[in-house]
Design a protein around this ligand. Structure first.
Ligand SMILES: C[S@@+](CC[C@H](N)C(=O)[O-])C[C@H]1O[C@@H](n2cnc3c(N)ncnc32)[C@H](O)[C@@H]1O
Length: 337
């Protein structure tokens, strides 16, 4: 088929097709007088390219996804990127509404814009200092519940089971596991037929997770920019992940969970936390006294939550909250609307 017929059939223009050829996305056969001839395979490829352009992928991304023959993972990434932009636009509209509605003075405008700037920065600035991609293959073997001087995984399995007990999932429900890692928590919920989406910022963790649980839907994404629609989820769970976010970002993470939850949604987080700042100092002093420098260093290296702050935020937003302590550093926070 020649270029004009091809363009007509695909509702595009010969110029667009030539552009994709120049970018190396397609290589149609050339005949006499340099006429291009498009075979069936070229038509499929062109159709794919046009579809991917329509959802906003760049030509470079399309080229990489066609060459790697891995369109699905590029679509996943594109979805997460679009969610990120959409969430940012919503933040901007909310600020604009406040600017318009409250007829603020110059100083208020400045404050509102500063707040918006802070939120934008927070949503984008998180970096994986722990290199979870590199930990992915070995992660499950590193979960040892005994035998370490400072054992963050003591009560790991008990805690994950209790998350499920408190959430009481129903088979027709949809749940999201944030920082799903290799999917251990999500899998407990799927055992009873509940549909789960596992979100994680680490591509390699999600690969291992999918190998273990091919039936789990995984999405690349971030606590502060979840690739999930508003009010579309029955519950949100998370284990051993929130403590990778600095304190200032944790409330924004709770707000993201709240955004995706239905009106009677539940949140359950099992994580490394202290009841409050005073308890943190007391327990740190205990570890010091015990000569457990490993514990002190580990606590300083991560961002164990102040549970009282999370509880305050959730109660302020109208949640009923209950908590459970497994050991000195591991707590479960449960909240329902
Ligand atoms: C210690 S692993 C826990 C995995 C799993 N939830 C479990 O309980 O075994 C922490 C996981 O959280 C993910 N994670 C850390 N910070 C994150 C963030 N800001 N957004 C999304 N995932 C994050 C990491 O990539 C990693 O897979």
């Amino acid at each position: 088929m020649k270029i004009t017929e091809t363009a007509k059939m695909l509702h595009t223009t010969p110029r667009t097709i030539r552009f994709y050829e120049e970018k190396g996305l397609i290589t149609p056969e050339k005949g006499e007088n340099d006429y291009r001839y498009f075979q069936e395979e070229d038509l499929w490829k062109l159709q794919t390219i046009l579809a991917l352009r329509e959802v906003g992928m760049s030509t470079a991304q399309i080229k990489a996804s066609l060459e790697g023959d891995n369109i699905q993972s590029y679509l996943d990434l594109q979805r997460s990127a679009l969610y990120g932009e959409w969430i940012q636009i919503k933040d901007m509209i909310t600020t604009l509404d406040q600017m318009i509605g409250e007829s603020p003075g110059h100083e208020d405008l400045l404050n509102l814009s500063q707040q918006l700037k802070e939120v934008k920065k927070m949503r984008k600035s998180w970096k994986d200092r722990w290199n979870f991609d590199e930990q992915a293959e070995e992660y499950d073997q590193t979960i040892k519940t005994t035998g370490y001087r400072f054992n963050v995984h003591e009560h790991y399995h008990v805690a994950l089971s209790k998350v499920k007990d408190w959430v009481e999932p129903k088979p027709e429900e949809l749940g999201v596991d944030i920082g799903t890692g290799t999917g251990n928590l999500a899998a407990l919920f799927m055992d009873d037929g509940t549909t789960m989406i596992g979100v994680d910022q680490s591509e390699e963790m999600l690969k291992v997770c999918l190998k273990k649980y091919p039936e789990l839907e995984t999405r690349p994404g971030h606590f502060l920019s979840l690739p999930i629609m508003d009010h579309s989820t029955d519950f949100v769970v998370s284990s051993y992940a929130l403590h990778h976010l600095p304190d200032a970002e944790k409330e924004l993470a709770l707000a993201e969970m709240d955004r995706i939850l239905n009106d009677d949604g539940r949140i359950a987080i099992a994580d490394l936390m202290f009841e409050n700042e005073k308890e943190k100092q007391r327990i740190l002093a205990q570890f010091e006294q015990e000569g457990n420098g490993e514990a002190v260093d580990a606590i300083h290296d991560e961002f164990y939550a102040d549970l009282s702050k999370l509880v305050n935020w959730l109660e302020k937003e109208g949640y009923n909250v209950k908590t459970h302590q497994f050991n000195r550093i591991l707590h479960l926070l449960y909240a329902e609307k």
